[in-house]
Design a protein around this ligand. Structure first.
Ligand code: C2E
Ligand code: CA
Ligand code: CA
Ligand code: CA
Length: 278
């Protein structure tokens, strides 16, 4: 601290001020945006690596701001989590995804799975599982068509509580996956207890296929998942080399820019209807 002069302090305080300002602006406009339907849900296809078929999609939220243009989730999800706005936002996301599932079912795409991202704060809501059950019934959506992704680090905030809610969600019949796996330091004993169906390998491990250190981890995660009878999904797949590697090591599913970015619902439906494959 004694190396910090007055100027440094001013620099930090100006920067802090700007961060606080942006935060307050975001908070105010975010709650309005949710009410006024500025949020958009896009869907990134998930591909079965054995058949090349699109078997599902991950719903990713975007904010179509009237002045600022498209704002990516990394800029507002953290604010939404801190302020609690993630709860109404998350409810909207689930509602919207259920609407998409209903539309796809009407097109005969009965086995299609849509995954939504959940924050730990949503899981901690009173009667989350019960309310989710009601939402599914209201839309006439089969629970097995909905998948919930929770990051490993959020699960590990309060692993015992998470375990309870995950059990209720599992009983409801939805699919569960641990997102960003490998970055959250869960112990193997926890992993074995969580009643999940999939683990998603964080994209940082696939980053550079020439880089052996990372690939050792990817292989180890695939083997670990399979030993625990889980399906393993790789995210952030961008190259043919990565696909070849994942196929060789029997990874189950992949998503990434190599195949497709997140798409509007109608474009996704067309892709599935055409049976476009990897
Ligand atoms: P995530 O759940 O890990 O989502 C994957 C992110 O990686 C997405 O960014 C996706 O567009 C991006 N991605 C996909 N393929 C590739 C690729 O090949 N290369 C690279 N470099 N990136 C790829 P996006 O859409 O900006 O979302 C960022 C994060 O925001 C998500 O990370 C998730 O944590 C959060 N998020 C998005 N939607 C929601 C939501 O509805 N609820 C909550 N709670 N969080 C959300
Ligand atoms: Ca995710
Ligand atoms: Ca992820
Ligand atoms: Ca992530």
């Amino acid at each position: 601290a004694k190396t910090l002069g007055k100027n440094n302090f001013q620099f930090y305080s100006a920067e802090l001020n700007q961060i606080v300002h942006e935060h307050l602006m975001l908070e105010a406009s975010l709650s309005r945006a949710i009410r006024e339907h500025e949020m958009v849900l896009d869907y990134q296809p998930k591909v079965d690596l054995r058949t090349g078929k699109v078997v599902g999609a991950e719903a990713l939220v975007r904010w179509r701001h009237p002045v600022e243009g498209m704002i990516p989730p990394d800029r507002f999800i953290p604010v939404a989590e801190e302020t609690g706005l993630i709860v109404p936002l998350g409810e909207w996301v689930i509602d919207e995804a259920c609407g998409a599932l209903k539309a796809m079912r009407a097109l005969g795409m009965d086995d299609f799975v849509i995954a939504v991202n959940l924050s730990a704060r949503q899981l901690r809501q009173r009667q989350f599982a019960e309310r989710l059950g009601e939402t599914l019934r209201r839309h006439g959506v089969d629970p097995r068509n909905l998948e919930l992704e929770v990051t490993e680090s959020q699960l590990m905030e309060q692993p015992e509580d998470a375990l309870g809610v995950l059990g209720q969600l599992k009983a409801l019949g939805v699919r569960l996956s641990i997102d960003d796996f490998g970055t959250g330091y869960s112990s193997l004993s926890h992993l074995q207890k969580f009643p999940v169906d999939y683990i998603k390998i964080d994209r940082s491990f696939l980053g550079n296929v020439g880089h052996d250190g990372h690939l050792v981890i990817t292989r180890a995660i695939i083997a670990l998942g399979h030993n625990l009878k889980l399906k393993v999904v790789a995210e952030g797949v961008e190259t043919r080399e990565q696909i070849a590697f994942l196929r060789k090591h029997n990874c189950d599913q992949m998503q990434g820019y190599y195949f497709s970015p997140a798409l509007p619902q109608d474009v996704l439906q067309e892709m599935v209807a055409r049976d476009q494959r990897l």
